[in-house]
Design a protein around this ligand. Structure first.
Ligand SMILES: Nc1ncnc2c1ncn2[C@@H]1O[C@H](COP(=O)(O)OP(=O)(O)OP(=O)(O)O)[C@@H](O)[C@H]1O
Ligand SMILES: [Cu+]
Ligand SMILES: [Mg+2]
Length: 782
C-alpha cells in the first residue's frame, strides 16, 4: 500500500470535497481516501500494483477538478512559478469580473430602489427602471461573471451530483429567466392576472456578493497555511562548502551528504549535520521553540535553518533535502493540516446530503406557495431565497480551517501535532502521566556517591569500579553511561566483560575476570537471594535526596553502592503546577525506587506515584488508569499485546488513592523505551530533544525538552476546539434558521420573508466569517 498526498484545485465548497473523495475511491486499487477542503489536499492510500498517480489524476480531472502530487522536491520550495502565475492570473480575472458585477449591481439597485421602498425618487432617471435596460445590464453579470458557477455545476451534473454552484445557478437563473419572460411577454403575465415584475437585481447582486465572498474567503484561507510558508521560509538559500580545498558558495539544493560546510557567526546553518571543528552557540528557537541558545562543540548535531550566533565552525552534512529535520517538520505539519478531526464527522455527513435536500425543499416551497397563493412572484422569491441561503459552505470550512491554524500555531511553538484527532483529544485529557527520567529530570545522570564494603584500602575502590564499568559499558541505559563516564573521569581503564545480560527495569550482569558482577536495584538483588542489609544509612540519605541508588554485587555478595543524581529540569516545577492548575491529575511513573521517586515527586509537588514499574509494565499501568479500555489504533494494539505477554504482572500500588480510572489519560515520555505506553495513552507526548525524536509512537512531539510545551499544547487544543465549536454553531444556526425563514414558514405568522439579496449576502459572508474566526487562533499565546 502506498500513500500519496495530492494537492487539489477547483473545489468550490465542501460538497466538492465529498465528490472528489467518492471519485478517487471509485478507482480500482484505491483503498482509502480523505479529502480536506480547507487544505485543498487529498490523502490517498492505494495499491501501486493496481493503480498509479496518473490514473487517479485523470479520474479527478474527468470529474472536473485537477490534482497534482505534492512531490518531495517541491515540498520545500512550495508551489512552482508556473503554478503561481496561473493562480495570480485567475485571481486578477476574478477581481475584474467582480468589479464589473459590482458596478452593474449598484446601478440595478438604484434603479429598483423606488420600487423597493415604494417612494418616488426624482433624482433617479426613469430609464434605469426600464426592464430592457436592466436585461442588457444583467446578462453579462449572469453569464460572464457567473460563468464559473455554470461550468462547475455542469461538471457536477455530468457526474450526477450537485454542489453549491448548482444551488447558485438554479437560484439566480430562476430569477433571471423569470424576469426575461416578464420582459419579453408582459402581456402573458397580465392575462394571467399577474404583475410582470422583474428581479434582475436579485440575480446580479447575488452573483456579485457570492463572488466577493469567494474572493475574501480564498484570501483568508491563504493565510491559514502561513505557518507552513514561514517554516519553509526559514530555510537557508545557499551553503559555503569546502570542495577540492576551496571554499565555494553553492545553492542548498546542490549540497551533498558528507560535504564539509563552513558557517560563520550570524549565518543560517544550511542543512543538518555534525560539527567537526570549532565551536559556537546556536539559536534553535525557530525549530525547537526553546529560547535559550545551545552550545555546539565538535560531535554535536546542528539543525538546518537554525542560526549560528557567536563562533565559526565546520560541520559535515548528514541530512539534506527532504530528510532534514525542517523538511520533516513541514511534512508532518502538512499532513496534520490535511487530516480531519472527529468533530468534523457530523458536518461532513450533513454536507453529503445537503444539496439534494435543499433542492427538494426549494421545490416543495414553490409548490406549496403557488398552490396556496397563486402568486408566482412570491413563490419564486421564496424558492430562490431557499436555494441561495442553504449553501453549506460555512459548515465545510468550520473545522478544517481551525485545524490548519491550530496545528500551524503548534509548530511555531515547537509542538508537532500528528493529526487533527490528537489535537482534538488533547483538550479532553483529565490525567497526565509523567515519566521521571528524561521527562521531569534532565535525563543526564551523574554519579555523585560511591562507597564500598571493604573501604578504600589496597585501591579496592578503583578495582571494584573497574568491574562495574566493564559490565555497564555494554548497556545503553542512561545510568550505565553515567557510571562509565564517572569511571573514565577517575582514570580507570577497564577490561572486557563476558556473558553480558540486561534485565529491563532491574539491572545488568556480566562476567569480568571470571567473577560474576551484578549491578542493579535492591529489589532485583534480593530476588537473586543476595543479602542487601548493608549501607542502610547511605541508602536512606541518598534516596531522600532524590538520587538513584545502584547496588553492586560480585559473586553474589554486595560489594558497593552508588548514588546517581539526575537534576530536575528547570521547567518541571512550573509546568506541573500549571497542569494542576488547569485541573489535571498529575501522576508520576518510573522504574526507579519508591523513595527516590518520592523525593523527586515532592520537589515538583506530585502526589500520585507509580514507582518500580518495569518498562513492560508501563503499558498496563496506563491501561488500568484508563479503566482497562482497549484502543483501536494499530499502534495501540501493539501495546495490548505487550501486556498480555506479561502474565505475571501484578499491578503496582500507587502512593495514594487515585481518582476513579475513567478519564482520558495522557502520557509523557522520552519516546524511546516508553513507546508502547505512549501508544497506549489517549494522547502520547514524546519529548524529542534535538533531532533525536521518536515521532512514530506519539501523538504530539515536544521538540524541545521543555515540559511547558505540554501546557501550551493542551491550551492550544482547548482554544482550537472552542474555535471549532463557535464555527460549527454559527454554520449550523445560519442554515437551520435561514432555510425556514427563506421558505416563508414564518410569513403567515410574523410576516417574515427573506429577500434573496440578503440571503446571498448572508451566504457569502458566512464562510468569510468562519475563516476569519479561525484566523483569530493565530493570536493564540499561552
Ligand atoms: N544498566 C543499569 N545499571 C544499573 N542499574 C540499572 C540499569 N538498568 C536499570 N537499572 C536499575 O533499574 C531501575 C529501573 O530502570 P528503568 O530503566 O526501568 O527506569 P529509570 O530509567 O530509572 O526511570 P524511568 O522509568 O523514570 O525512566 C533503575 O532505577 C536502576 O536502579
Ligand atoms: Cu456556498
Ligand atoms: Mg527511563
Amino acid at each position: 500500500m502506498d500513500i500519496l498526498t495530492l494537492k487539489l484545485r477547483g473545489m468550490s465548497c465542501a460538497s466538492c470535497a465529498k465528490r472528489i473523495e467518492k471519485t478517487i475511491l471509485s478507482v480500482t486499487g484505491v483503498s482509502e481516501c480523505s479529502v480536506n477542503f480547507g487544505a485543498e489536499q487529498a490523502v490517498v492510500k492505494y495499491n501501486p500494483r493496481k493503480t498509479n498517480l496518473n490514473k487517479i489524476q485523470s479520474t479527478v480531472e474527468a470529474a472536473g477538478y485537477s490534482a497534482y502530487s505534492l512531490e518531495d522536491e517541491d515540498m520545500m520550495t512550495g508551489e512552482d512559478d508556473a503554478e503561481k502565475a496561473v493562480r495570480l492570473a485567475e485571481l486578477r480575472n476574478l477581481k475584474i469580473k467582480l468589479a464589473v458585477a459590482a458596478v452593474i449591481s449598484i446601478l440595478l439597485i438604484i434603479g429598483s430602489l423606488p420600487m423597493m421602498i415604494g417612494v418616488h425618487l426624482p433624482f433617479i432617471p426613469a430609464s434605469l427602471h426600464n426592464p430592457w435596460l436592466q436585461l442588457i445590464l444583467t446578462t453579462p453579470v449572469q453569464f460572464w461573471c457567473g460563468y464559473k458557477f455554470y461550468i462547475n455545476s455542469w461538471k457536477a451534473l455530468k457526474s450526477r451530483s450537485a454542489t453549491m454552484d448548482t444551488l447558485i445557478v438554479l437560484g439566480t437563473s430562476a430569477a433571471y429567466f423569470y424576469s426575461l419572460l416578464a420582459t419579453i411577454f408582459p402581456a402573458f403575465f397580465v392575462n394571467q392576472g399577474l404583475m410582470p415584475e422583474v428581479y434582475y437585481e436579485t440575480a446580479a447582486v447575488v452573483i456579485t456578493l457570492i463572488s466577493l465572498g469567494k474572493l475574501l474567503e480564498s484570501r483568508a484561507r491563504g493565510q491559514t497555511s502561513e505557518a507552513i510558508r514561514q517554516l519553509i521560509g526559514l530555510q537557508a538559500r545557499d551553503a559555503r562548502v569546502i570542495r577540492g580545498g576551496k571554499e565555494i558558495d553553492i545553492p542548498i539544493q546542490e549540497v551533498r551528504i558528507d560535504d564539509i560546510i563552513l558557517v560563520r557567526p550570524g549565518e543560517k546553518i544550511p542543512v543538518d549535520g555534525e560539527v567537526i571543528e570549532g565551536n559556537s552557540t546556536v539559536d534553535e528557537s525557530m525549530v525547537t521553540g526553546e529560547s535559550l541558545p545551545n552550545k555546539k562543540v565538535p560531535g554535536d548535531e546542528v539543525i538546518g535553518a537554525t542560526i549560528n550566533k557567536t563562533g565559526s565552525f565546520k560541520f559535515r552534512a548528514t541530512r539534506i533535502g527532504k530528510d532534514t529535520f525542517l523538511a520533516q517538520i513541514v511534512q508532518l505539519v502538512q499532513q496534520a493540516q490535511g487530516s480531519s478531526a472527529p468533530i468534523q464527522r457530523l458536518a461532513d455527513q450533513v454536507t453529503g446530503w445537503f444539496v439534494p435536500a435543499v433542492i427538494s425543499i426549494a421545490v416543495v416551497t414553490f409548490i406549496v406557495w403557488f398552490s396556496v397563493t397563486r402568486n408566482l412572484s412570491l413563490s419564486l422569491i421564496t424558492t430562490v431565497g431557499v436555494l441561495i441561503i442553504a449553501c453549506p459552505c460555512a459548515l465545510g470550512l468550520a473545522t478544517p480551517t481551525s485545524v490548519m491554524v491550530g496545528t500551524g500555531k503548534g509548530a511555531e511553538n515547537g509542538i508537532l501535532i500528528k493529526d487533527a484527532t490528537s489535537l482534538e483529544m488533547a483538550h479532553k485529557i483529565k490525567m497526565i502521566v509523567l515519566d521521571k527520567t528524561g521527562t521531569l529530570t534532565e535525563g543526564k545522570p551523574t554519579v555523585t556517591d560511591f562507597v564500598t564494603v571493604n573501604g578504600t584500602a589496597n585501591n579496592n575502590e578503583m578495582k571494584l569500579l573497574q568491574l562495574v564499568a566493564a559490565v555497564e559499558r555494554n548497556s545503553e541505559h542512561p545510568l550505565a553511561e553515567a557510571i562509565v563516564n564517572y569511571t573514565r573521569s577517575q582514570q580507570v581503564n577497564f577490561p572486557e566483560a563476558k556473558d553480558f545480560q540486561a534485565f529491563a527495569g532491574s539491572g545488568v550482569q556480566g562476567v569480568v575476570k571470571n567473577q560474576l558482577v551484578q549491578i542493579g536495584t535492591q529489589r532485583w538483588l534480593e530476588e537473586l537471594s543476595i543479602n542487601t542489609s548493608y549501607f542502610q544509612q547511605y541508602k536512606a540519605t541518598w534516596e531522600a535526596a532524590g538520587k538513584t541508588v545502584v547496588w553492586i554485587a560480585v559473586e553474589g555478595k554486595i560489594e558497593g553502592l552508588m548514588g546517581i543524581a539526575d537534576a530536575l529540569k528547570p521547567s518541571s516545577q512550573d509546568a506541573v503546577k500549571a497542569l494542576q492548575k488547569m485541573g489535571l491529575e498529575v501522576v508520576m511513573l518510573t522504574g526507579d525506587n519508591r523513595q527516590t521517586a518520592e523525593a523527586i515527586a515532592s520537589q515538583v509537588n506530585i502526589n500520585n506515584i507509580f514507582a518500580q514499574v518495569r518498562p513492560d509494565e508501563k503499558v498496563a499501568v496506563i491501561k488500568s488508569l484508563q479503566g482497562g479500555r482497549g484502543r483501536d489504533k494499530e499502534t495501540r494494539r501493539q501495546g495490548d499485546k505487550e501486556t498480555r505477554r506479561n502474565k505475571n504482572f501484578s499491578f503496582p500500588t500507587p502512593h495514594s488513592p487515585l481518582p476513579t480510572p475513567h478519564s482520558l489519560v495522557a502520557m509523557v515520555g522520552d519516546g524511546i523505551n516508553d513507546a508502547p505506553a505512549l501508544a497506549q495513552a489517549d494522547v502520547g507526548f514524546a519529548i524529542g530533544t534535538g533531532t533525536d525524536i521518536a515521532i512514530a509512537a506519539s501523538d504530539i512531539t515536544l521538540i524541545s525538552g521543555d515540559l511547558q510545551g505540554i501546557v501550551t499544547a493542551i491550551k492550544l487544543s482547548r482554544a482550537t476546539i472552542r474555535n471549532i465549536r463557535q464555527n460549527l454553531f454559527f454554520a449550523f444556526i445560519y442554515n437551520v434558521a435561514g432555510i425556514p425563514i427563506a421558505a416563508g414558514v414564518f410569513y403567515p405568522i410574523f410576516g417574515w420573508l427573506l429577500n434573496p439579496i440578503i440571503a446571498g449576502g448572508a451566504m457569502a459572508f458566512s464562510s468569510v466569517f468562519v475563516v476569519t474566526n479561525a484566523l483569530r487562533l493565530r493570536n493564540f499565546h499561552n
